[in-house]
Write a protein that binds this ligand. Structure first.
Ligand SMILES: C[S@@+](CC[C@H](N)C(=O)[O-])C[C@H]1O[C@@H](n2cnc3c(N)ncnc32)[C@H](O)[C@@H]1O
Length: 370
């Protein structure tokens, strides 16, 4: 199959330069990235308009039927369906018919609609769109050494983060069962635990659902996240045992003591992780497990680190580092918090050491503070 970049670049065609294989290869890579960007944004568009959900409910729809069922524009629906078809996301049975019908390609509904699937990646498109909307502020932050807070990234970023992690959190309590001392702490009658940087609360809710007598306190500085977490706990029927408090996790000691303390994918975002890790130490009862889940980075920086670190550095450029720098003073960690960095923070906070207890779970690693 030919690609756009099979065509000679304009300058070469005009005989202005010698062929440059490296430039051609990089041009192809940038073009592929551009196609990916359009794909991601078209996924965001189709998700927000309810088009994937409507296609999923049907055996096949014309643009007019799709638009009618979703109260949207038929002309835009046609353009989007044609884009989705040439991109392989949507199938069409008879392309030559004027009133052709479109349906989702296999696998699409799992990835874009099944909120409980570990393959659910629609939130990635929402995240990309949120970042795109904040581009000017991010560029300004890079010029002025400023920051862009989690709050400034807006609703889509907050909710996409929560929705992306949720299916993983659903499976997380079963994974923790492999750590006997953690399972014992969570199963102790009357146990009370803390979830710092709890976001929309799915980790706290999942732990409460697995352990029917557990009391959970979720703490987050972001007020809309706390509101969302309370609504989620209510909807999941655990609001009587899961409380969410809007506070800096550095104040956790005042809410203790706890039988276990957790920090899920948030230490690298914090401007003062030492204060929070110190508060976790003060708030935890003697011998209580203290668990940090954070990105499964390599031990050290290497140029050929692979796709995971490409993704983590990408998130760091546009989300975590600008967010971490939006509060002053800040240690400015960024998404790529390596084990040695966490160990330095933990020791400064009075912990003796950090050990890896689950090396890889999705994009993450579980550490125990000892
Ligand atoms: C990447 S989000 C992770 C949220 C949630 N744990 C999850 O995995 O979905 C990081 C969270 O840390 C919170 N956060 C950052 N600094 C904090 C602090 N000092 N105290 C409490 N929460 C904080 C942010 O508001 C945000 O909700």
């Amino acid at each position: 199959m030919s690609t756009i970049t099979d065509a000679p670049v304009a300058e070469e065609a005009a005989g202005q330069h010698e062929p440059d294989a490296a430039a051609d290869a990089f041009a192809e890579r940038v073009m592929t990235a551009g196609l990916g960007w359009f794909e991601l944004m078209s996924i965001h568009l189709g998700s927000q308009l309810g088009w994937y959900a409507e296609l999923d409910r049907s055996e096949g729809l014309t643009p007019a039927e799709l638009a009618g069922a979703t109260s949207t524009s038929a002309r835009y629906a046609r353009e989007w369906l044609e884009h989705q078809t040439v991109s392989g996301i949507v199938l069409v049975d008879d392309p030559d018919r004027v009133d052709r019908r479109y349906r989702l390609a296999p696998g699409v509904s799992t990835v874009l609609l099944d909120t409980s699937s570990l393959s659910y990646l629609e939130p990635l498109a929402r995240f990309a769109a949120a970042v795109a909307g904040a581009t000017d502020r991010i560029i300004d932050a890079y010029r002025t050494d400023g920051g862009v807070s989690w709050d400034e990234l807006g609703r889509h970023a907050r909710e996409a983060q929560a929705d992306m992690n949720r299916p993983w959190f659903d499976g997380m309590p079963a994974l923790l069962a492999d750590l006997p001392h953690v399972e014992a702490a969570l199963s102790t009658p009357g146990a009370r635990i803390a979830d710092v940087g709890c976001g929309a609360g799915w980790s706290a809710i999942a732990l409460a659902q697995r352990h029917p007598h557990l009391q959970v306190v979720g703490v987050d500085v972001d007020a809309p996240s706390i509101e969302l977490a309370r609504a989620n706990a209510e909807a999941q029927g655990v609001a009587d045992r899961v409380a969410f408090i809007e506070a800096d996790a550095a104040q956790l000691a005042g809410l203790g003591p706890f039988d276990a303390v957790f920090a899920f994918e948030c230490i690298h975002d914090m401007p003062d992780p030492v204060a929070v890790l110190g508060a976790m130490r003060e708030a935890a009862k003697d011998g209580a497990p203290a668990i940090v889940m954070d990105e499964a980075t390599a031990e050290r920086f290497t140029p050929d680190a692979g796709e995971l670190e490409q993704l983590l550095y990408g998130l760091s450029l546009f989300v975590c580092l600008p967010d971490g720098k939006s509060t002053r003073p800040s240690v400015e960690t960024g998404t790529v918090m390596r084990p040695a960095t966490l160990r330095t923070y933990a020791r400064s906070a009075g912990w003796s050491d950090v050990r890896t207890v689950i090396p890889e779970f999705g994009l993450w690693r579980f550490y125990e503070l000892t």
